[in-house]
Design a protein around this ligand. Structure first.
Ligand code: BEZ
Ligand code: FE
Length: 306
């Protein structure tokens, strides 16, 4: 045996996969082809990361300890790993590669950790039923749910959830009744939807765990720009989870979760008299208009994914 076998590994050098990486990749076996692709890719990129950044052993152990603490911070109600993925832009990257679609489709955006079952409400109902109604800026959010050619979708179910004027969801705030600032609405033949609420505020993601520690170490703020979450389901169409962001928000360009897309930004602008009459608003209010266009499901689109 020559002394240049793979077990006598040469000193690391830049360039093609080194002997160690080749050895590891040769153990990536099994019947599941996709698992082999994913683990092979992960190992290849992680080895390249180590070769490039050359962490010392202390740094590597500290990274592993961070992951252990991230796991320990998870409970039934909190997933610190999802938060880590959000804060590194990975949830948005997976969202990007998972929801490509035809031109005109409303872009998707991350779901976040605050979705919970919402009460069904009649179209136009108030979703603000807590103390925020007496102090927040009243707002009407409205638009049309259509296909990508602008044809209205009747019977579409819109699920909305948002934080209040202080940036808290009902699940984070004892002052809010359960189901506050949430609602399920079903469209009629014109595909129109509308609901009355208060303008949401920007808010910080949870920072009392290891992910908060990382944000502080990186000099990053934890803020998400003000937004309303929307999830839409309509027969024959791909479900869509997205946000509408308030155009005036100072954190639009630095969302801690990297989830803002231009097409998802709408002004919450002062509403006029016609709008007040149309939506039954009394006193000063803001109006946000946001149309939602869904892509046909693969079966409806002739079996191809657009
Ligand atoms: C949210 O908008 O609810 C959210 C998204 C990502 C991380 C934390 C919160
Ligand atoms: Fe949110």
């Amino acid at each position: 045996m020559s002394d240049t076998t793979e077990s006598a590994r040469p000193a690391p050098a830049a360039g093609p996969p080194d002997a160690l990486l080749r050895q590891v990749l040769s153990t990536v076996r099994g019947d599941d082809e996709r698992l082999r692709e994913l683990i092979g890719g992960l190992v290849t990129h992680l080895h390249a990361f180590v070769r490039e950044t050359r962490p010392c052993e202390e740094e590597w152990l500290s990274a592993l300890d961070f992951l252990v603490r991230t796991g320990r911070a998870c409970t039934d109600r909190r997933n610190e790993f999802i938060l880590l993925s959000d804060m590194l832009g990975l949830t948005s990257a997976v969202d990007d590669v998972s929801h490509t679609g035809p031109a005109g489709m409303t872009p998707s955006s991350v779901e976040g950790p605050f979705h919970s079952p919402a009460p069904a409400r009649p179209m136009g109902a108030w979703i603000a039923e807590g103390p925020e109604l007496g102090r927040g800026e009243q707002a009407v959010v409205h638009g049309r749910i259509t296909d990508c050619d602008g044809r209205p979708l009747a019977g579409a179910v819109l699920d909305v959830w948002q934080a209040n004027d202080t940036g808290l969801y009902d699940s984070q705030d004892d002052e809010q009744p359960d189901g506050n600032l949430r609602g399920l609405f079903t469209t009629g033949p014109d595909g129109a939807y509308w609901f009355r609420t208060v303008k949401p505020a920007s808010y910080p993601v949870p920072t009392d765990g290891p992910v908060g520690e990382l944000l502080r170490a990186l000099g990053r703020h934890p803020m998400r720009p003000a937004h309303v979450h929307l999830r839409v389901e309509a027969a024959g169409h791909r479900p869509l989870t997205t946000h509408v962001f308030a155009a005036e928000d100072p954190y639009l360009d630095s969302d801690a979760a990297f989830a803002v897309k231009d097409a998802l930004v709408a002004p919450f602008a002062p509403g006029g008299e016609d709008t007040a009459r149309r939506f039954g608003m009394d006193g000063p209010f803001l109006e946000a208009e946001f149309d939602i266009r869904l892509a046909a499901s693969a079966a409806e689109a002739g079996g191809t994914r657009a």
